[in-house]
Design a protein around this ligand. Sequence first.
Ligand code: NCD
Length: 358
Amino acid sequence: MLNTHSLIEPQDLSVEEIKELFTLADDIKNRPNLYINACEGKLMGTLFYEPSTRTRLSFASAMNRLGGRVVGFSDPSSSSATKGESVADTARMLSAYADIIVMRHPLEGAPKVASLYSDIPVINAGDGGHNHPTQTLTDLYTIHTVFGRTDNLKVGVCGDLKFGRTVHSLIMAMSRYSGIEFFLISPEELRVPRYLREFMDNNNVSYTEVETIEEVIADVDILYMTRIQRERFYDDSDYERLKDTYVLDAEKMQLAKENMIVMHPLPRVKEISREVDYDPRAKYFKQARYGMFIRMALILKLLEVGFKPNHTHLEPTKYHCKNTHCITKVENEPQQMIDMGDNNYKCLYCDYTVHIEE
Ligand code: NCD
């Protein structure tokens, strides 16, 4: 049984619970007819404040294949967000109509806020450059399906490691398996955020930061490519300079192991050449399909466990989050900077850490 009620960050699911989801997703994949009425009478509300093709359609397909229904918006300009309605109030409203909420938002921590006010489970479908836990379930399920394991793997992660939320969630989730070695491939300016490096250091996770694919491609079992996240840059000229840093092509693929796989959360821009699509090691389109099955399993489990709302009134903390992309910068949520010791404080909503010397 899942012991969580919302999925906001990858750690909301234990390793054991993820394994249960794999088993259920396998069964759904093999015997889909058994599940066609599993969510009959249930309604999913999809609140997409940011563009999406795969994730939104994958959730909608998953719910429809389970016999449930979907309401929601894919364009915030058609919602009350334009009238200034807060995420908290929208979550309260949806709770009155639906049975489960799926939310994507450009601000980091927005789904966390929704989960604190909602009476029904909330699934984070991507919050700014922060987390994307159901993409991680998709990634893990793909790895599990291809390799038959999610441990003892050398994982190259390439591209925009600073703003790439799928990367952040993947690192968090995979760090819990034994024998994982990360090779983090990015330009200096797009390295993983500090909170993640601290997380890996504190948990003795092996990682090496490099700047080129060629340095590591021969060693890795998985090469996880990502797009440079144009929409998260503060300055478009930085994007222009960095956008073509990495291109995985047939020539580089020749250096890789026979059973290495290439993954990508998609959409891709130019970081994987089209010729690689025909290499059997390219798994990114299959990955998208696996995502639907694992989301079906997740929806079923979250609806099965029953939801206990946790509406506690939070007193604001003394210090404020300094992340300009944090939900608290725009909406009037109580500041929650958690004391991590040694004068370090971490935001409950977006994980941004600050060091405060008084
Ligand atoms: C990713 C996302 O939205 O973060 N896409 C997805 O959900 N499959 C990756 C991206 O946009 O680059």
